[in-house]
Design a binder for this molecule. Structure first.
Ligand code: PEP
Ligand code: MG
Length: 283
């Protein structure tokens, strides 16, 4: 708020689950979110449901070890074995007042079947607490299948939010925690940009908006291209808010669109970075 943010674009809730001996109750969830919303002075918060697994661990969830945890029971998939965790979190989210200040964001969605099931569950839990006001539900686009099926997802979601950290990892098959691959695992890779384009095109078919909540959204070299690809909301680290807002205000939208289209035809992330820096030199 002090740095001029218009809203919270991604609230990761993993912190509410770690450093504890057991999972938070529905009331504890509600209290946490209520106090955050209170601090936002009327701004809204997009709150993501639990996304543990792989790079994010919670000790007391003694889940069986997985050979490929990044491809395992993470994000909403955890609800297949621990539906209680997600239910309690959703109960807490649905109880936050005033209604409309909180939007739910679902991580690691693969296709619309999952989304439809979860929306139904959200409706059931809302009915349990007597809530009749709708709640907005968005989907993280961080798995290539979700980007490719964005039109189907957008039919059932209120908005899409691209998690470029995971989307880069899964598109390039490069572990985001593998230091030796850090330089190559660049979200400006043309393959990732094409998936971002698939996501914005898919959402546009149903009049839904698309944000970016991965680190690329706070990268000044990437921002003009994201805008050009049709992204209309950026979630960035608090410290980056003023700089990114200032940058976006100066952009020429038709130029962004043209150059983003050109970037899709380039052959490497380095080429995309070089082209962007040439058109939009950093101060
Ligand atoms: C992402 O994957 O881009 C994202 C925003 O989620 P996280 O970084 O928490 O995995
Ligand atoms: Mg992610």
């Amino acid at each position: 708020v002090e740095n001029g943010a218009d809203a919270v674009g991604l609230l990761r809730t993993e912190l509410l689950f770690i450093h504890r001996k057991s999972a938070p109750t529905a009331d504890e969830h509600k209290e946490s979110y209520q106090s955050i919303v209170g601090a936002l002075n009327g701004r809204t918060a997009i709150i993501r449901t639990l996304d543990v697994g792989a790079d994010k661990e919670v000790d007391y969830l003694t889940l069986p070890p997985e050979t490929n945890p990044a491809l395992g029971l993470r994000g909403i998939r955890l609800a297949q074995v621990r539906p209680d965790l997600l239910d309690d979190q959703l109960r807490g989210l649905l109880a936050v007042k005033p209604f409309g200040t909180v939007r739910i964001l679902l991580p690691m969605v693969t296709d619309s079947g999952e989304l439809v099931r979860l929306r139904k569950r959200i409706d059931e839990l809302a009915a349990e607490i007597g809530r009749t006001d709708p709640i907005q539900v968005g989907v993280m686009i961080e798995v290539p299948s979700a980007a490719l099926l964005a039109d189907q997802l957008a039919q059932h979601a209120d908005f899409l939010s691209i998690g470029t950290n995971a989307l880069t990892q899964y598109t390039l098959a490069m572990d985001r925690c593998q230091a030796d691959l850090a330089a190559q695992a660049d979200g400006l890779h043309p393959a990732v940009l094409r998936l971002i384009k698939a996501a914005t095109d898919g959402a546009a078919k149903h009049g839904k908006w698309v944000g970016v909540c991965g680190a690329l959204g706070g990268d000044p070299v990437a921002v003009p291209l994201l805008v050009g690809l049709g992204v209309t909301e950026l979630s960035v680290d608090p410290v980056s808010v003023p700089g990114i807002k200032a940058l976006v205000r100066k952009l020429d939208y038709p130029l962004c669109r043209q150059r983003a289209e050109d970037a899709l035809a380039l052959e490497s992330a380095q080429a995309v970075r070089a082209a962007s820096r040439e058109i939009w030199p950093l101060d």
